[in-house]
Design a protein around this ligand. Structure first.
Ligand SMILES: Cc1cc2nc3c(=O)[nH]c(=O)nc-3n(C[C@H](O)[C@H](O)[C@H](O)COP(=O)(O)OP(=O)(O)OC[C@H]3O[C@@H](n4cnc5c(N)ncnc54)[C@H](O)[C@@H]3O)c2cc1C
Length: 466
């Protein structure tokens, strides 16, 4: 995998804009290219587009959308930028934060014009967002978002070539990409010319060597993102001369049901549920750093924990969460009428859950935060029957990647842009800064959709119209 600068073939087929990767970013870019009246082809390594986008919960944060306005939510680009900088302690790229602040809401509105509705959601509040900002498809999952995007692309005339892994780029001496080399499952290669390329291959979570090099604390952790996210685009962009940034950033949740591999919905904890380790002891403020919760969870005995909640939270969650329904259907939930019963079912020390819950109740009654710094004020106490689900921590997606400017152009280390290469989503640096603590809920899809749209606009602007 690399850059071929000599022996440039006579391309039998050329496309004005080539997009690599058919996830949220690549499909958003392709739609934008078609809006500009330019031909585009999306290359996807898998037989069926899936990506981390399909595995996600489908929620993208955005400020200034029409649905926020309609719901009377007083949000603004400035407020979003301030939240990004606060969450990352000022370490997110300020220019990129500004672009996302300004363009995320309009991107959500633009998607609606392509029949990709993203509705404002009030289930995930706080956690770094000072206003309700998460937008989610009606079916509340990433698989639906990907299907909506694929349908929109089909309607707009943006085709996806599947089973087509881009392995090399052809480039001239000025680092201008002239074409792509594609590996097919039968071992054959194809060469296709292009005038501009959008790299939308997501991050490097599935490449264990890259993870070990950039995020050593996750070197031995389970990866729960798309297996195709092997850092191809980042590697190709870097080989072409692009710089990378924030490669240490990632999202690693601590609530992956074990062994069932379903993400336990966070509203259970936002609404008052809590986490204990295998000794039945609470060990972390459950909401302080959801993005990096894998770190304290994996540090517990056996690398596991239990999410504890009650029937009221379970029922509320069941009404809107696909994952909660799955957890119920596959028998991941343990349920008992009292704490002793749940302790027995989960093989936790006798009296441990009762004690953990009593400690929370005492903090609530005192009106103070508990010993871990969490306040349960305003949240109803847990009431029987009680529930628990066993969880572990995993790396979900990486947040570092190619350096880009406000037009999503890939930048060299000296700040000059590559002539015709654009990037977004997990392949580009995000708005999370360099730490695991900087990830805002919904930022992965926000940067995929918004930067995809910007990259598509920019690529179309330098390519020949149809
Ligand atoms: C379980 C889970 C839940 C999540 N929930 C959320 C959420 O609710 N909200 C949120 O904002 N984020 C969430 N995320 C993160 C979010 O899914 C990603 O940030 C987002 O999907 C990235 O979009 P993308 O288009 O960059 O990548 P992807 O959707 O992964 O698409 C990249 C595509 O590129 C293809 N590809 C890779 N290399 C090549 C190559 N060489 N040639 C051709 N094709 C290639 C891949 O096969 C893939 O289809 C979640 C992630 C996980 C794993």
């Amino acid at each position: 995998m690399g850059i071929i600068r000599d022996k440039i073939p006579q391309f039998e087929f050329s496309i004005p804009v080539a997009v690599i990767g058919a996830g949220a970013c690549g499909l958003s870019a392709a739609l934008a290219v078609r809006d500009a009246g330019v031909e585009v082809l999306v290359f996807e390594r898998d037989e069926r587009p899936w990506g981390s986008t399909s595995m996600s919960l489908g929620a993208a944060c955005a400020a200034g959308s029409a649905s926020q306005d309609a719901a009377g939510v007083d949000d603004s680009a400035d407020r979003f930028v301030a939240d990004i900088l606060a969450k990352t302690e000022g370490r997110a790229d300020a220019a990129l934060a500004r672009v996302i602040g300004d363009r995320s809401g309009p991107t959500i509105d633009w998607l609606a014009t392509h029949q990709v509705p993203m509705l404002l959601d009030f289930k995930w509040t706080g956690l770094g967002h000072s206003k309700p900002r998460l937008h989610i498809p009606p079916g509340r999952n990433g698989e639906e978002l990907l299907t909506l995007l694929l349908n929109a692309c089909a309607r707009a005339g943006a085709e996806v070539m599947t089973s087509a892994r881009v392995v090399d780029l052809y480039a001239d001496a000025d680092d201008r990409v002239l074409g792509l080399r594609i590996a097919r499952p039968n071992g054959e290669f194809e060469e296709i010319g292009c005038e501009a390329v959008v790299i939308a291959t997501c991050g490097f979570g599935a490449d264990h060597a890259m993870v070990a090099e950039n995020i050593p604390e996750m070197a031995n952790a389970k990866y729960f993102g798309h297996e195709g996210n092997q850092g191809d685009g980042i590697r190709l962009g870097a080989a072409l001369g692009g710089a990378v940034a924030d490669m240490t950033a990632y999202q690693g949740l601590g609530t992956l049901a074990d062994p069932q591999q379903v993400v336990v919905p966070h509203p259970l904890m936002i609404e008052g549920g809590f986490l204990v380790n295998a000794e039945g002891v609470r060990f972390t403020h459950e909401l302080a750093n959801i993005s990096g919760m894998c770190v304290p969870v994996l540090a517990q005995p056996g690398g596991i924990a239990w999410v504890v909640f009650d029937a009221r939270r379970h029922e509320a969650c069941l009404a809107h969460s696909v994952e909660q329904r799955q957890l119920l259907e596959i028998g991941a939930l343990r349920q008992a009428d009292d704490w002793s019963g749940l302790e027995r079912l989960c093989r936790l020390p006798e009296g441990s859950l009762r004690a953990a819950n009593a400690e929370i109740d005492a903090a609530r009654q005192s009106g103070c935060a508990d010993r871990l710094g969490r306040s349960f004020e305003g949240l109803a106490p847990l009431a029987p029957p009680y529930f628990a689900v066993r969880v572990t921590g995993a790396l979900f997606h990486t947040q570092g990647g190619l350096s880009i400017d406000a037009a999503a152009r890939v930048l060299r280390a000296d700040g000059r842009a590559l002539p015709n290469v654009f990037a977004g989503g997990g392949a580009a640096r995000g708005i999370s800064g360099p730490e695991v603590t900087g990830y805002l809920p919904g930022a992965g899809l926000c940067t995929a959709l918004t930067l995809g749209k910007i990259a598509g606009d920019s690529a179309a602007a330098i390519a020949s119209p149809t």
